[in-house]
Write a protein that binds this ligand. Sequence first.
Ligand code: MN
Length: 198
Amino acid sequence: MPKHELPALPYPYDALEPHYDEATVRIHHDIHHQGYVDGLNKAEDKLAEAREKNDYALIKHWEKELAFHGSGHILHSLFWLGMKPQGGGEPGGRLKQQIEKDFGSFAAFKAQFTAATVGVEGSGWGILVWSPMFKQLQVMQAEKHQNLAQWGVIPLLVCDVWEHAYYLKYQNKRAAFVEAWWNLVNWGWVEQKLNGLA
Ligand code: MN
């Protein structure tokens, strides 16, 4: 089974300054994200071992690890790609149209995404998803990485609000971090993803 690997950052560690500080980005990517990659590989190895031995005594544990670390790896990969130096502003094209169709306006979408993200209970994420079944964009909160998801949706843009994502620079001010994060959004990349789906 191919091992999962930590994707390289698509920009230098300090490229998102001043909105996202170098020290946090470095720890977040090299330590935290790597941890999810390692955890996912371990869960897959342990499940392969269980199949070989036909021993499923720890099946609940390893399935939980698979969901937790797999979701963590996916969401962090999207998190890095969803930002860029000199990002922010507003989306254009197809993404703008779809946002206006599903949320009324960009301002309304941004307000809902911000409120959902700041309001995550405990650790988690604000996530813009595309639902192939409903053919619409939705905003979701995820608790941890995997709870409160909706089956079948495809995450497009994600904002990490685990404390490790902002505490070094923003301490308890999660809302200030989310506000700064809007200045980094790579709308072109998000639109490209949507174009491949919708
Ligand atoms: Mn994180």
